[in-house]
Design a protein around this ligand. Structure first.
Ligand code: ADP
Ligand code: MG
Length: 247
């Protein structure tokens, strides 16, 4: 088997007396959606932040496609192929949909496109940007200004920006948050098609979506992973039901 897209080993992070990550280990394998679930305050966002490089762990390591990235920040990890999605603030509201994707790609490439105009005319940037927009169903909105998009369309645009960067893996913190029933269904279908391109570590509260999408589920409670397995095994796990699913 090829090495996992992500290997998290023994992560620990405390905030004062609170142990938010207590010896957390998990893998994200090629082709899978690995969902991370757990009650509020379990430590999901803290874990995602350490994987993305936004928060330094007290102990433990993160490997990306076999490479130890524990000492690297968010930008370096993004350049190595880690796409953390749904940071809404990353969209430029006054620019068009296509411009946002093109400039997202140009931004990661670094200094070569210091001038927006040049980037926006460069076919090497525009082509992958249009492909990504087609993928998320936003071709028809390419020239719309982001400020005029619906919430659901913005969410899909954020995904297009990540996709255009051709990542090795996606790390998503609640991609369905704030979406209605239609938006959730659309996004769920989109994510199901995306995992073949790059595996997805998915934090999500919508359990219908989690059980529909996930190949494996890890359950985090008080900073510890209490169980990891395929959806059927997680659904049947007595400790998980007691600690979280609670029905
Ligand atoms: P989740 O995303 O699963 O809801 P979080 O990772 O946000 O959980 O939080 C895990 C625990 O760590 C909570 O008890 C939370 O209050 C605490 N925590 C998270 N970030 C900080 C911080 N920056 N300072 C202090 N405590 C924090
Ligand atoms: Mg959270």
């Amino acid at each position: 088997m090829t090495e996992p897209a992500l290997e998290v080993r023994g992560l620990r992070k405390s905030f004062g007396a609170i142990v938010a990550s207590d010896d957390v280990s998990l893998d994200l394998r090629g082709g899978e959606v690995h969902a991370l679930i757990g009650p509020n305050g379990a430590g999901k966002s803290t874990l995602i932040a350490q994987i993305a490089g936004a928060l330094r762990p007290d102990a433990g390591s993160v490997r990306l496609a076999g490479r130890d990235v524990t000492g690297l920040g968010t930008a370096a990890r993004a350049r190595l192929g880690l796409a953390r999605t749904f940071q809404v603030s990353a969209l430029a509201m006054e620019l068009t949909v296509l411009q946002n994707v093109v400039l997202g790609v140009a931004g990661r490439a670094g200094g070569a496109w210091r001038f927006r105009g040049a980037a926006l005319r460069d076919p090497a940037l525009v082509r992958p940007a249009r492909e990504a927009l087609a993928r998320v169903g936003l071709t028809g909105e390419a020239t719309s200004v982001v400020a005029d998009l619906s919430h659901g369309q913005r969410r899909r645009l954020e995904l297009a920006v990540a996709l255009a960067l051709k990542p090795r893996c996606f790390v998503m913190d609640e991609p369905l948050a704030g979406l209605g029933a239609d938006g959730s269904a659309e996004m769920t279908a989109l994510l199901a098609g995306l995992k073949a391109q790059a595996p997805i570590l998915l934090v999500e509260h919508d359990m219908d979506a989690v059980f529909a999408l996930a190949d494996r589920i890890s359950v985090l409670v008080y900073g510890r992973i209490i169980s990891t397995g395929p959806p059927d095994a997680i659904r049947a796990d007595a400790a998980v039901r007691e600690a979280y699913l609670g029905d």
